[in-house]
Ligand binder design. Structure first.
Ligand SMILES: Nc1ncnc2c1ncn2[C@@H]1O[C@H](COP(=O)(O)OP(=O)(O)OP(=O)(O)O)[C@@H](O)[C@H]1O
Length: 510
């Protein structure tokens, strides 16, 4: 496909040429070029830490590249900040929603404009919005508050907002991670239709080969901050892309499930109720048992009480009612209990919930063990050398990409923070493992690695509670799948008899 700069129907082409961005001595991007033709659907691939986010942040003007040029449409452009990017018609949709929940769809759209008049003529705005919606391939009701929309509708609205702001080059950062499989297909299908019609160009960061194969026209692959290849999807297989990403054709296989006997109950939850930050019930009447030697998966669209459930089990949120037992004893989620029962826990968003961003990788990795020998030598003297040594081993074992054990963990790429926390949690001989979205944002090789670790823990007899928004993950790992909707467990099935369509419907509350 020859490079097309602007499509007559509005889609914009974009070239980022020779992009270099250094953080201290480390080049996160080293002479990277990415060309996206107008009216195409382009996927940006690469391992965790390969430089994908850094590249799109340079394009959006969040970072200033040390070298390189960006051309949007016909011309080379200087993009000093995101405002400049928007003025050129370049917008970005993030993994997490940026809408104001208490406002209606119409209010969110109108107030997102750079210039909003002091007094808004709502009647005129409504008319203009209805005309705008009529021209869109998908619609969201204008008068409904955003808080009442399902995740798929919110994601559609995020995209509509970019189109409303007249952005015709859209960057998406793992756009489907918050959607059910049906919603993901709908949103990606609609975006592809718009690119085919020449109304929009899409550049999406993704780790999902399935979505690349089904929706993308072309890919650009980064590897350790460098350009590793580009091509048309029609000419490539997932194995070819894997080879560009990591230099090996083999997509690693996970550990297989061993036929182990079910053991005693290790997690017993009865009548649990938990409130959200606003004081409303987020989890209600929840009964759940997880036995030794099984993985119990909880499916659900984010925001249906899973976060609060995990926070209760982590001791970060008090239960409002109910009882929890671990290994037959009442459990109040203290650090001593976790240690005694060898209970390990990986919450969602580990950088926020399980790390101190400004502390080093070594310090973060030793949170569980800092007061045990050899890390502590009597009293409160911490042995930095021992902590760093143990961290070096974990960094190697779990392939965490970091300049070293002393780097602040907050400067690692998202996927590498996840690996560092998993390394800490899975390092011990775990009896009870609670994990929430363990592979969120991880590249395919890391996903295979981590899933294999979880399966091995189960095969060794651990009781595993796996809360995940990724149905593929639940189908691969769980022995039983339960669906959580609106704070309740609404459906349960052994995985061998599970039907993905039925589960998707329960996830959507039908
Ligand atoms: N603000 C920063 N300060 C220091 N280093 C940074 C900063 N931002 C990114 N890096 C480093 O740059 C490299 C590339 O990170 P980037 O976030 O672009 O990777 P990525 O491909 O998006 O990874 P992931 O798939 O894990 O999100 C990483 O090694 C990361 O540690």
């Amino acid at each position: 496909m020859s490079f097309l700069r602007t499509h007559p129907n509005g889609a914009l082409g974009l070239e980022a040429v020779g992009m270099t961005k250094r953080f201290g001595g480390m080049a996160a991007l080293d002479d990277v070029t990415c060309r996206v033709s107008a009216g195409t659907f382009h996927a940006l691939l690469g391992e965790n830490g390969a430089g994908k986010s850094t590249l799109v942040k340079c394009v959006m003007g969040y970072y200033h590249a040390d070298q390189g040029q960006i051309a949007v449409g016909e011309q080379e452009r200087a993009i000093a900040n995101p405002k400049d990017a928007h003025a050129l018609g370049v917008g970005m949709v993030y993994q997490h929603f940026t809408l104001v929940p208490g406002m209606t769809v119409a209010e969110n759209l109108v107030l997102s404009r750079t210039h909003v008049p002091a007094v808004v003529d709502w009647a005129a705005e409504r008319k203009a919005l209805e005309a705008f919606m009529a021209g869109m391939p998908f619609r969201v009701p204008l008068t409904v508050p955003v808080s009442a929309l399902a995740a798929g509708e919110k994601q559609k609205l995020e995209i509509l907002k970019q189109l409303y702001l007249k952005n015709r080059f859209l960057i998406l950062d793992e756009p489907t991670s918050v959607l059910t499989p049906g919603e993901a297909d709908e949103v990606l299908g609609l975006l592809r239709r718009m690119t085919r019609e020449g109304k929009l160009t899409v550049l999406t960061i993704t780790h999902k080969f399935r979505e690349v194969m089904a929706y993308a026209d072309e890919v650009t692959v980064l590897r350790r901050g460098r350009f590793a290849g580009t091509g048309k999807v029609a000419d490539l297989t997932p194995a070819d892309m894997a080879e560009m990403m990591i230099g090996a054709k083999e997509i690693p296989k996970g550990a297989s499930r061993l036929a182990t006997p079910l053991g005693e109950p290790r997690i017993e939850i009865a009548g649990l109720k938990a409130l959200n930050d606003g004081g409303l019930a987020a989890v209600e009447d929840l009964d759940l048992t997880v036995r030794a030697g099984e993985i119990v998966g909880i499916a659900g669209v984010s925001g249906n009480g899973q976060r609060e459930l995990v926070e209760v089990l982590a001791g970060q949120r008090p239960p409002a009612a109910g009882e929890i037992k671990v290994c037959g004893e009442r459990y109040a989620a203290t650090r001593a209990e976790m240690k005694r029962h060898r209970l390990c826990l990986l919450p969602e968003e580990p950088l926020r919930n399980a790390c101190v961003a400004r502390m080093s990788v070594a310090e973060n990795m030793s949170f569980r063990t800092f007061d045990d020998p050899p890390n502590a030598r009597g009293g409160w003297w911490l042995n930095g050398a021992a902590m760093r040594g143990a961290a070096r081993e974990l960094i190697q074992l779990y392939k965490v990409k970091t300049p070293g054990p002393d780097a602040p963990i907050g400067t690692l790429s998202g996927g590498n923070v996840q690996r560092a926390v998993l390394a800490r949690e899975l390092a011990s001989d775990v009896r009870v493992l609670i994990v929430a979205n363990p592979c969120f944002g991880l590249d395919f090789a890391a996903v295979a690695d981590i899933r294999s670790q979880i399966m091995q823990a189960r095969n060794r007899g651990a009781a595993v509670l796996l809360v995940s928004e990724d149905l593929d993950e639940l189908f691969e790992l769980a022995d039983r799948i339960l669906v959580m909707f609106d704070g309740h467990l609404v459906h349960e099935t052994p995985t061998t008899q599970a039907d993905i369509g039925v589960i998707g419907q329960h996830m959507a509350g039908h």
